[in-house]
Design a protein around this ligand. Sequence first.
Ligand code: ADP
Length: 275
Amino acid sequence: MLTIEGLTKTYKTGDKALKGVSAQVPPGQVVGLIGPSGAGKSTLIRCINRLVEPSAGSVRLGDVDITRLSRGELRRARRRIGMIFQEYALVERLTVMENVLSGRLGYVPFWRSFTRKFPPESVEKAFALLDRVGLSEHADKRADALSGGQRQRVGIARALEQDPELLLVDEPTASLDPKTSRQIMRLILEVCRERGLPAIINIHDVVLAQDFTQRILGLRAGELVFDGPPDALDEAALTKIYGEEDWTAMRRKAAEDEPGPQSEREMAERLEGLS
Ligand code: ADP
């Protein structure tokens, strides 16, 4: 269980990015974090693993209070938290396989310690993950030879290589076309389901959030103004999060798109089909 309590962040500039956000995410739940630009979504995601230091409040993963850990303890705790980034954060000149294996090392700044020597179990696991995300034939390619969608698949495999207990996902589809975006969101949802892995996904696109997550958190100006199932995100809720707008157009767009796996049953059937 992830428990966020009274999380507050005031940047040195005086920007109050988070004003006492509280939420609990149980095991296996995939949460979409939405809100207008500047609402504090990235800050919230980054405060959870302390890539941004919170000003006040606490974040607990299981019985570990992340906000109270020393640097060394934090490094260990971060191995329990997978992160997927908007711009993939791959190392361009290394191969797909090497990028996935880097998940073992934690975060990108630790690259300096990279020796390219990994135990066979890790390599085996990386192959299985590449297979799972549909990239087994690309293991030896350099990261910079891949398309955006493929790069994000590497990002997903890398996050899973460390066997995380929580996945933090920051705008995974911001650089992708609509169809690839849906494929990537579907893949994230599926791997979370397969592993009972909870995730928080900062997602700009409300329709994608509704189609591929089980619960929506709506942030506005650093405050949580919506917390509920995707179906409850009606015009009144959208107005609360984003302000006045004619929201009927958005639902029309959703209906025209390829439908997402909206029901639990449909999702279970899809997963059965895969196994
Ligand atoms: P979102 O992800 O919802 O677009 P952010 O978390 O990026 O929102 O930003 C929330 C607020 O914090 C904004 O007002 C933004 O300008 C401010 N902010 C974000 N990062 C920094 C930073 N490094 N220094 C100062 N202010 C920041």
